[in-house]
Design a binder for this molecule. Structure first.
Ligand SMILES: Nc1nc2c(ncn2[C@@H]2O[C@H](COP(=O)(O)OP(=O)(O)O)[C@@H](O)[C@H]2O)c(=O)[nH]1
Ligand SMILES: [Mg+2]
Length: 212
């Protein structure tokens, strides 16, 4: 049995808990939480839906509309979090300032945060914001995992090359040891690998068992 099996069944039962526009509205800071971040339109909501087998997170053709921190329950101790998409020009400045401040408060203050999934469009990886998130994760000792989304938009060989390039840049330029993979929501590509990473964070004890 794969060590991500319990996680996969929890993902299939994931339910929406609540949206928070302020850190004070977040659910109690207990248990384990994995947050999904990324530039608006990178494919974050699609990735969340693909990984949970549910239409949990809203996917939108109008980017930049999700300005809330959305919490999804896996079980009483485990949650997935959809962070507001960053870097979309059409978001009014004061709203940008608002969520930047609260995103920051969430990232620095959240005790239950055990991992960060950073979703990047494979064709436009490592934006300034992506680099900032990787830098923050490195400094805060929060493990990070990069989903290079929309891999279906490139030929397989080109996608593999792009993956290697991103990996190299992350190591050499950013000093990041975050893991990276290709992902496609419509092609359902990279799901097992992503579940495996989530399981490492959300079921740490079972990982030790399966390694030992
Ligand atoms: N071809 C392709 N399109 C995708 C993929 N993921 C998302 N999209 C599309 O990209 C747009 C933005 O996706 P969404 O998940 O809402 O992005 P978010 O703003 O990061 O949450 C939508 O039109 C999606 O259908 C993918 O893996 N492949
Ligand atoms: Mg979204």
């Amino acid at each position: 049995m794969s060590s991500s099996t319990p996680l996969v069944s929890l993902c299939q039962q994931a339910t929406f808990i609540k949206s928070a526009s302020l850190v004070s509205q977040c659910p109690p800071d207990i248990g384990l939480e994995v947050a999904f971040a990324g530039r608006s339109n990178a494919g974050k909501s699609s990735a969340l839906n693909t990984l949970t087998h549910a239409r949990l997170a809203r996917t939108s053709k109008t980017p930049g509309r999700t300005q809330l921190i959305n919490f999804f329950k896996l079980d009483d101790e485990r949650r997935l979090v959809d962070l507001p998409g960053y870097g979309y020009a059409k978001v009014p400045l004061e709203l940008k300032a608002h969520w930047q401040q609260h995103l920051d408060a969430y990232l620095t203050g959240r005790q239950s945060l055990v991992g960060l999934v950073l979703v990047m469009d494979l064709r436009h990886p490592l934006s300034d914001f992506d680099c900032m998130m990787l830098e923050w994760a490195r400094k805060s000792d929060i493990p990070a995992h990069v989903l290079l989304s929309k891999a279906d938009k490139m030929a397989f060989g080109a996608a593999k090359n792009a993956l290697l390039k991103v990996q190299t840049r992350m190591r050499k330029e950013l000093g990041s040891n975050a893991s990276v993979q290709l992902f496609s929501s419509p092609k359902r590509m990279g799901i097992d690998e992503a579940h495996g990473r989530l399981a490492q964070w959300l079921f740490p004890a079972e990982q030790e068992d399966s390694e030992g």
